[in-house]
Design a protein around this ligand. Sequence first.
Ligand SMILES: [Zn+2]
Length: 120
Amino acid sequence: MHEYSVVASLIDLCEENAKKHNAKEVQKVVVAIGERSGMDKSLFISAFETFREESIFCKNSILEILDEKVELECKDCGVVFYPKELLYGECIKCGSSRLEIIKGKEMHLMSLELLQEEDL
Ligand SMILES: [Zn+2]
């Protein structure tokens, strides 16, 4: 499943960051999931819960998911806009259908809360 491989690399990224900052633990992971990423949020959460069991740093991490709206750019007039609902048929300015999704297709790691050694 797509979610599982994404979460696996997310956990890797968290661990790398934790090591880099000499953290004891990752307390909180904040991610943004694009509404057109094709990712199922509940699958994402269950994948996270599965993977964090095997991670030294993420075992007790809290996962927070933010929604990222789709943002479109018109290839003809260059206008950037958020489409209304899920209708991204044409440009709101020039009516062109040459639109590119520039945001909302991926999952991003937004922030991490790390627990440092001295906090214990
Ligand atoms: Zn346009």
